[in-house]
Ligand binder design. Structure first.
Ligand code: 0X9
Ligand code: ZN
Length: 301
């Protein structure tokens, strides 16, 4: 029902979410969790587990960076597997999934229509330097390393923590779910890395051994499904320090234990311009990671 042979525009992705909610009303609902500066809805699909009330919740978010087209595509593929292939009933009846495939709709559309390598949102679209890096705008250690206070920079953090409707929307979802939230995955590209907090500096959490173990389970799930090697490690150590990222907020601000950034394919050969022929294979990587987490001990906590 959704073509995974090409990168779909926002309206097509949203149409798919609405279609699922209509076709599977007993366990799929679409919510508008926010509205962007340019008036686009920020939509979330909630997939409810068959055992009610579900004990645990997973939050999955994609498309925070406009040009990383594989992220919304892979997250949409995960949705397809969970819903249409009934994976959700098979391995995760006790889980509720809250999935936001395109967190930055204004930027995503701009990268399709005007500027392919756009990263930020489109705040002050008419100004000389529009846009806030939404992955520097979250309110945990906001304003630290790797987060610029200069409007024109690619990593501009915004005027204040949670100044943007997109980050506010995600914060509100996470806060509303509360204690049942056990996992948070934000999908990006590229690099093939599974990264865990902290991202604001090369400091490990007290439970980093648990996060490392689960990260390795996800990486093993990906290779078992036929995918490539994904590295596992601390965000700031394996990549670079960046403050105000969404998974740091999920971990430190919302107390979600298993919080990760996953950088999808590839390793730089195509970079952000990953060919559409890679959508299905990369979607399989993402699904294998979600599945590994869903099947793990998390569900028994
Ligand atoms: O810089 C980012 O926001 C992420 N990389 S990307 O190339 N997709 O823009 C990395 C976020 C992971 N966290 C840290 N490295 N601190
Ligand atoms: Zn990114």
């Amino acid at each position: 029902s959704l073509p995974f042979t090409k990168y779909n525009r926002l309206s097509v992705i949203y149409g798919y979410l609405d279609f699922l909610a209509k076709k599977y009303p007993t366990f799929c609902t679409v919510q508008r969790i926010g509205i962007t500066g340019l008036g686009n809805a920020i939509k979330m699909l909630k997939i409810t587990g068959s055992v009610k009330p579900a004990k645990l919740s997973f939050v999955i978010e994609g498309g925070i960076h406009a040009r990383e087209w594989i992220s919304p595509a892979a997250v949409t593929y995960v949705i397809k597997e969970l819903v249409e292939n009934r994976a959700v009933h098979a391995f995760a009846p006790k889980l509720d999934y809250y999935i936001i495939p395109v967190m930055n709709p204004d930027g995503y559309e701009f990268s399709h229509t005007k500027s392919r390598l756009w990263r930020k949102n489109r705040r002050d679209a008419m100004s000389k330097c529009p846009g806030v890096d939404l992955n520097r705008n979250f309110g945990y250690m906001w304003g630290g390393l790797g987060a610029s206070d200069l409007l024109c920079d690619e990593t501009y953090r915004g005027k204040s923590a949670f100044s943007e409707p997109e980050s506010q929307a995600v914060r509100n979802v996470v806060t509303k779910i509360g204690n049942s939230a056990k996992a948070y995955i934000t999908f990006h590209s590229y690099g093939q890395n599974i990264l865990y907090p902290w991202g604001y500096d090369a400091i490990l959490t007290n439970d980093s051994a648990d996060l490392d173990k689960m990260g390795k389970k996800m990486a093993a799930g990906i290779t078992s499904a036929g995918g490539p090697v994904y590295t596992v490690g601390n965000s700031a150590a394996d990549m670079y320090a960046a403050a105000g990222v969404s998974d740091d907020f999920a971990k430190g601000g919302a107390n979600i234990k298993y919080s990760y950034t996953i950088e999808l394919r590839d390793q730089g050969r195509n970079g952000f311009l990953l060919p559409a022929s890679q959508i299905v294979p990369t979607g399989k990587d993402a699904f294998a990671a979600v599945k590994a987490m869903s099947e793990s001990g998390v569900s028994e906590l």
